[in-house]
Write a protein that binds this ligand. Structure first.
Ligand SMILES: Cc1ncc(COP(=O)(O)O)c(C=O)c1O
Length: 414
């Protein structure tokens, strides 16, 4: 407790909160306690203003123009790409492709690698993956006869490395795993997975949707082949995300979609393709959203300090500690080093009912299967409740959540 209080005074959470206008909202007359950042995080004035200013002062289509506005917009768009590159520590901006989000990024990779897959080739995913890192691989199973191998999850929610090792073989072509589970918060030992997968000749895709906001990412140090993320989980806008891919792999990959910008030449008889990243960005991109993504990364570079990370961890621990005393409550995912995601069930209650009652107290959490049905089956539940922490949450809010949850439980079990 003493540690947490001194942490609060060293780290000025109000400086952060003041920048997020939505946090002033009242819900049903109660102050908003937003604990749903793993689904989508809120946006600071810095991000909102960057998008609005771009639209107000220097907006046009990108890349093809010869006039001032087109050039200024292109500069802003490419500056955003450079910011995302620096966030992931990619070697080159050519390795950073703007997509609609992580889902599109994974579909792009699955589609781009499809031709290299033949019947019997194996794709490994873990049981804790989000559907967006499962379904695109099912497409390859359905269309080309790929075999999906499942890496099991251990009792505490960690990735079962034994299960990974016993299934990894010369037949494994792709290993696609999360860098942080959106349900359990687990951070698998991706460095070891990548090394061992590479030794077996497989490519590795990391789903960094949750990790890219909570961890420092270095795709070069990790030696990841692909890394995906979504801006809206990183205090940025929806409709934009990024795919990192090693340049030599991207250069050998077929385009995902055809259209403007992704071509070099088009004739009546054929087409030649542009180099990455443009090869994979057909059509007019989400320009203002890319600018917002860049601004979100810039904002994070300034405010996501070691103190801010420590504070977020303390808020998570306060949540986890607070709910431990609640009768019949199970926390799903307690692996060492997990991210600030508290997923839980309370015996005799439905998560949807809990979420709806919490909303009456101004507390926003998520309930459902979290797009992770294989994990729900593994946990033997159809749905869970989830409270997830963002950089703007406070220790006081953690206490408000716990009090509201106790009341909700009492109400439902009365
Ligand atoms: C771990 C993980 N992967 C992938 C996704 C999909 O992201 P998006 O819907 O932004 O494409 C999410 C979103 O919840 C996620 O949490």
């Amino acid at each position: 407790m003493a540690d947490e209080l001194s942490l609060e005074s060293e780290f000025d959470i109000q400086t952060i909160r003041q920048q997020f206008p939505i946090l002033d909202r009242q819900i049903g007359g109660k102050p908003l306690v937003y604990l749903d950042s793993a689904a989508s995080s809120q946006k600071s004035d810095f991000v909102l203003d960057a998008m609005s200013n771009q639209a107000r002062t220097a907006y046009s289509n990108v890349h093809r123009g010869l006039h001032t506005l087109a050039n200024e917009t292109t500069d802003a768009f490419e500056k955003a790409r450079e910011l995302v590159r620096s966030h992931l520590n990619a070697k080159s901006v050519d390795e950073v492709i703007f997509t609609k989000g992580a889902t599109e990024a994974i579909n792009l990779v699955a589609s781009g690698l499809a031709e290299t897959i033949k019947a019997g080739d194996e794709i490994m995913v873990s049981v804790m993956e989000h559907h967006s890192n499962i379904v695109p691989w099912h497409f390859l199973r359905e269309r080309f006869g790929a075999v999906i191998k499942w890496i099991e999850v251990s009792e505490d929610g960690s990735l079962d490395m034994e299960s990974f090792r016993t299934q990894l073989s010369q037949k494994t072509r792709i290993v696609a795993v999360t860098h942080m589970s959106n349900v359990l918060g687990t951070v698998p030992d991706v460095a070891t997975i990548i090394k061992e997968a590479h030794d077996a000749g497989a490519l590795v895709l990391l789903d960094g949707c949750q990790a890219a906001v909570h961890l420092e990412i270095d795709v070069q140090a990790l030696d990841a082949d692909f890394y995906v993320c979504s801006a809206h989980k990183m205090y940025g806008p929806t409709g934009i995300g990024a795919l990192y891919g090693k340049l030599d792999i991207l250069s050998a990959m077929r385009p995902y979609q055809g259209g403007g910008e992704m071509i070099d030449t088009v004739t009546r008889n054929g087409v030649t393709y542009n180099a990455p990243p443009h090869r994979f960005e057909a059509g007019t991109p989400a320009i203002l959203e890319a600018v917002g993504f860049g601004a979100a990364v810039e904002w994070m570079q300034k405010y996501v300090t070691p103190d801010a990370r420590a504070y977020k961890k303390a808020v998570y621990e306060r949540l986890a500690e607070g709910v431990r005393g609640i009768n019949g409550l199970t926390i799903h995912g307690t692996a060492e080093g997990k991210g600030p995601v508290l997923t839980f069930s309370i015996e005799g209650t439905h998560p949807h009912d809990l979420a709806q009652i919490l909303d009456r107290y101004g507390v926003a959490i998520r309930a459902g299967n979290h797009c992770a049905q294989p994990l729900m089956s593994h946990l033997k539940v159809s749905a869970t409740a989830r409270a997830s922490v963002g950089i703007y949450n406070t220790l006081e809010e953690a206490d408000m959540f716990v009090q509201a949850l106790e009341k909700a439980r009492a109400m439902l079990l009365a």
